[in-house]
Design a protein around this ligand. Structure first.
Ligand code: GDG
Length: 483
């Protein structure tokens, strides 16, 4: 019987070692949820790195770890600290991530990183080949594993292979600067289906394929010697029900049942009638534009001083890739900006910026989504941005305003939000003013259609659509295409 193999850099589980015992706790991220319908029962397997390096795993526990992972339908690719440094912190996060998000100045073209990337992609391919037969279906995820499809195709030509990129694919002018541009494109073209969040990323990819490799491209199909690779956009959705129902439960909470965070939010709202909370949630990443957002907030208060003491910016910045120097510098910049602005304009009763540098539990996330009047999500570049979708899903009475960057993939599906250019402080300040003064009827008119769309095209539908399209591609008769 044919199996489905899901492959991602990280497995959807957290391994915990305590007193010599191993537990594998399923993670609750968007990808894991979306894959539930694909990754179920005994007919599927998820292959990836466990998050612990070989050095961190005591030798006598290797068997227990494999068993704990197998219990969750997972199988691990073992990586050493050196491999993680070169492949993950190196090529993935110091070459591909900045380049694909248009941060040329942060992009490092290092041969050592590339070699580690190739070697670890090979390791993943070998682990997959060990566990698959020709009639299986393999779905590879994201920018850390772009060479895997071709490596699989070379060994097992009949395999059905899909690839999905979770980050933007940059324009040809950016992509062409990479020394390994041909290898990366060839790696991806080992797939039968290559998926992106938006039509723009798809177009950029096709243009690079045509201009760098010279393949014939017709519409969204790439004609290779012996087969056709299809390219398409699949905008990733969220687990709408989970967020919406959590917000309904939150609304029905009785006094005293609320979290400490919620009680603090309530008491601040009560002490300043008509106060508005702006919400900013991201991983601490330069692509998310957090520092720019803080500067834009300062500008907004200069342009509209009447809002002093009436608005508060709540920033949740989740620690991320803290071993990469650019992330350390950004952390320092944000710490300083928040400190300076709070120091300069706070009053006895008002701190303009509340800054949390940590990951909060899901229930606190719901506290923030449901309590904040305006979600201010203005990445400089973002493949999709699921936070924008989650915010709208939790607004059970359909009030609230979403201020969203044009540069986020989600802007394509959320055009009823206030779309802004993250570099245009004038426009941001005016949009914040518009958001604060927006009549409730207009808020509802904007949010209702977005909610409907998010409910319909949820993450399960996204995964199903991709798998259906991959299966349709597998069943095509290439003799007709070639003629
Ligand atoms: C990549 C692409 C693309 C955030 N803080 C907390 C928390 N979160 C959760 C959110 C959301 C997720 O993290 C973040 O997802 P995003 O889509 O916003 O961003 P990336 O992590 O950069 O993801 C992105 C995505 O892949 C999917 O393809 O949209 O463009 O960069 O789900 O809820 N969750 C909890 N506590 C927090 O403090 N529990």
């Amino acid at each position: 019987m044919s199996k489905t193999i899901i492959v991602s850099n990280r497995l959807p589980v957290q391994l915990q070692i305590s007193e010599g015992k191993i537990t594998a706790i399923p993670s609750v991220g968007g990808l894991a949820t979306g894959m539930k319908s694909v990754h179920s029962g005994g007919e599927s397997l998820w292959i990836g790195w466990s998050g612990l390096t070989q050095e961190e795993i005591p030798e006598d526990l290797v068997g227990d770890i494999d068993e704990a992972l197998a219990g969750q339908g997972c199988s691990k690719v073992a990586l050493s600290q050196e491999e993680v440094d070169g492949f993950y912190f190196g090529f993935s996060n110091r070459t591909i991530w900045p380049l694909f998000h248009y941060f040329m100045e942060y992009t490092e073209f290092e041969w050592d990183f590339w070699e580690a990337y190739e070697a670890v992609n090979r390791k993943f391919a070998d682990a997959i080949l060990e566990q698959t037969s020709e009639d299986d279906v393999v779905w590879v995820h994201d920018y850390q594993l772009m060479l895997v499809p071709e490596m699989l195709r070379a060994e097992r030509p009949g395999l059905s292979i899909g690839f999905f990129l979770h980050i933007p694919f940059p324009s040809y002018e950016i992509f062409r600067t990479m020394p390994w541009r041909r290898e990366v494109l060839a790696g991806l073209l080992g797939s039968d289906l290559i998926g992106f969040h938006t039509y723009d990323y798809e177009r950029h990819f096709l243009s690079s394929v045509r201009r760098i490799l010279g393949h014939e491209v017709s519409f969204n199909e790439i004609h290779l010697d012996d087969r056709v690779a299809k390219v398409d956009s699949f905008p990733m959705g969220i687990d709408y029900k989970k967020f919406h129902e959590a917000a309904i439960r939150h609304r029905e909470m009785k006094p005293g049942e609320e979290s400490d965070l919620q009680q603090r939010l309530n008491s601040h709202k009560a002490s300043t009638p008509n106060a508005k909370f702006f919400l900013s949630i991201d991983r601490l990443d330069y692509s998310k534009g957090i520092a720019k957002r803080i500067k834009a907030f300062e500008y907004f208060l200069q342009k509209y001083p009447e809002y002093k003491e009436k608005v508060r910016l709540i920033i949740l910045a989740v620690p991320s890739r803290s071993l990469v120097p650019q992330y350390q510098l950004l952390k320092k910049e944000i710490d300083e900006l928040v400190g300076r602005i709070n120091g300069e304009i706070s009053t006895v009763s008002w701190t303009p910026i509340w800054y949390f540098y940590r990951s909060l539990p899901f229930d606190n996330l719901i506290d923030l989504y449901t309590t904040c009047d305006i979600a201010w999500l203005t990445p400089i570049r973002d493949g999709m941005n699921l936070v924008a979708k989650e915010y709208i899903a939790t607004r059970t009475d359909q009030t609230g305003v979403l201020l969203l960057s044009e540069m986020a993939g989600s802007a394509n599906e959320m055009h009823e939000s206030l779309l802004i250019n993250p570099n245009n402080f004038e426009q941001i300040a005016d949009s914040l003013h518009q958001a604060i003064t927006m009549p409730v009827s207009e808020q509802i008119a904007r949010n209702a259609p977005m909610q409907k769309r998010l409910e319909r095209y949820n993450v399960e539908k996204w995964a199903r659509d991709f798998m259906d399209s991959l299966k349709a591609q597998q069943n095509r008769d290439y003799s007709q295409v070639a003629s």
